[in-house]
Design a binder for this molecule. Structure first.
Ligand code: SF4
Length: 242
């Protein structure tokens, strides 16, 4: 377990965009996506916001689970908070920590627990399913990871479907229609009611944005198969918050 950031901000993506959250960022990831813009490297220090939403940080040496619980509880007291987001990296690599923190906070805070995941660690998901309320699962395309993860995503979705679940797919110039449709059909196989979020990529390094017409065409294709398909960009990037 290695927590690298704790702060309070508005969720910038997906179904709960705009909701106030406390973010707990965990180090490490089992994937290496072409568009990844997150520094999730392990570090000796954790950046902790000095007050909820102040966007100023102090550094503390690797906090213990009890210290993290205290910091999150304090932020939730300072600002009424919708949910605590475990993010990364891939937070399920630290499933025991998530379980311990959420179990303790459920006794003292009236918040939901939100998991932002790449949807590849379904055994670890089973271990935290009882304490997590909302799951935001990314579908990772072969053009992004160099791997075909659809079978692994299917196992993950079968486990995650009992929660408040939505799926997010980041679309770039590289995304092919074939892999997009494979993702849509995979979600439909689990349930056509699951919200499918198309997130136009925020250009990064060599990753280029998809033309707007492609994004609209993809939505039209998906709406023939799924009931709820929304185009939602990352808002925190242009608002300038965390
Ligand atoms: S799964 Fe997320 S954190 Fe991991 S490499 Fe991909 S974009 Fe980055």
């Amino acid at each position: 377990m290695n927590v690298i950031e704790i702060f309070s901000s508005a969720q910038g993506e997906g179904k709960y965009i705009g909701c106030r959250q406390v973010f707990v960022r965990l180090a490490g990831c089992n994937l290496n996506c072409a568009y990844c813009d997150t520094n999730f490297s392990r570090a000796d220090f954790c950046n902790v916001e000095t007050a909820a939403g102040l966007m100023k940080f102090s550094q503390i040496k690797n906090p213990t689970t009890d210290e993290v619980i205290g910091i999150v509880k304090n932020f939730c007291t300072q600002v009424p908070t919708h949910s605590v987001s475990f993010t990364g990296g891939e937070p399920l690599l630290s499933w025991q920590f998530i379980f311990d923190v959420a179990t303790a906070l459920k006794k003292v805070c009236d918040v939901k627990f939100f998991l932002e995941t790449n949807g590849t660690l379904h055994n670890e998901l089973k271990k935290v399913l009882g304490v997590v309320d909302i799951i935001s699962m990314d579908i990772k395309f072969p053009s992004v990871t160099g791997k075909n993860l659809f079978g692994i995503h299917e196992e993950f979705l079968q486990t995650a479907r009992e929660k408040d679940l939505y799926v997010k797919a980041v679309i770039s110039q590289e995304t092919s229609t074939a892999e997009f449709l494979q993702a849509v059909e995979l979600v439909a196989k689990i349930s056509p009611e699951i919200l499918f979020v198309i997130q136009p990529v925020t250009p990064f390094n060599t990753v280029k944005a998809a033309p707007p017409i492609k994004i609209l065409n993809f939505q039209a294709l998906a709406l023939k198969i799924l009931h709820d398909v929304r185009i939602i960009p990352q808002t925190h990037k242009f608002i300038g918050n965390l």
